[in-house]
Design a protein around this ligand. Structure first.
Ligand SMILES: [Zn+2]
Length: 239
């Protein structure tokens, strides 16, 4: 006669087998996450890692941790210049960084470290490969309309402060390719040409690198640029 001990009506051997299987799954999951840092919320961010489930959260979290943000840039081999804090009140900028890598080059604006990290990541994993694939040429220069502007949203007195007020945003107007062509948000976003395809692709990808992404699809105020910022709220818009 076989006697099985039970706990709460379940046989003990089945419970032990279940626990063993759960343990194996947990160990396999941990090993898989170690091999895929882009999906692992606990691994340190490296901008060279491919895009993954954890990337967006890690990038936007840099907004509140400038020291970790600078460590990420260094770890990722991104050239940058660290500048002194500046400004007062709502427009105080504790985190000021200039991206030295091409294609922003000499024209690189000063932005928050979190925006700089988002830009480095976006250029590497989206803009540059998309330009080669869809337009057949590398990007030579990114045209921007600036980062810092001490103002409220849409310049309205009753609106919340813009992320531009702390240099935590950048407006992208277009891209100049190495073969001389220029892709403009204002001119090329509409229609179904390769330029439009490229702009839509990099807009979609930007949502993985920034807390908020606003394109011509969002409203008329964004007809001529992509607004990218690193606001830290959960309800970031991506449109
Ligand atoms: Zn903007």
């Amino acid at each position: 006669m076989r006697i099985s001990r039970t706990i709460g009506g379940f046989r003990l051997d089945r419970i032990l087998l279940g626990l063993l299987l759960a343990g194996c799954v947990a160990l396999a999951g941990r090993a898989w996450l170690e091999d895929h840092p882009e999906h692992n919320p606990w691994s340190p961010l490296d901008l060279a890692d491919p895009p993954g489930w954890a990337t967006s959260r890690k990038l936007t979290a840099l907004r509140d941790d400038p020291a970790e943000c600078r460590a990420v840039l260094e770890r990722s081999g991104v050239e940058f210049a660290q500048l002194e804090p500046a400004g007062e009140g709502e427009c105080r900028r504790e985190s000021r960084v200039r991206l030295a890598n091409r294609p922003l080059g000499a024209d690189a604006p000063i932005a928050s470290c979190a925006v700089t990290a988002g830009m480095a990541y976006w250029l590497r994993h989206s803009v540059e490969p998309a330009a080669r694939e869809l337009l057949g040429s590398p990007v030579n220069r990114v045209e921007h309309l600036g980062t810092f502007s001490c103002r409220r949203m849409y310049n309205r007195e009753d609106a919340p402060w813009s992320e531009h007020a702390t240099g935590n945003a950048i407006d992208i107007a277009g891209f100049v390719l190495e073969d001389g062509r220029r892709i403009s948000v204002l001119r090329d976003w509409p229609g179904d040409g390769q330029g439009s395809l490229f702009l839509h692709r990099v807009r979609d990808d930007a949502c993985n690198a920034f807390g908020t992404v606003l394109s011509p699809e969002y409203n008329a105020a964004h007809a001529d640029h992509l607004h990218l910022d690193q606001q830290g709220r959960a309800w970031g818009v991506c449109r």
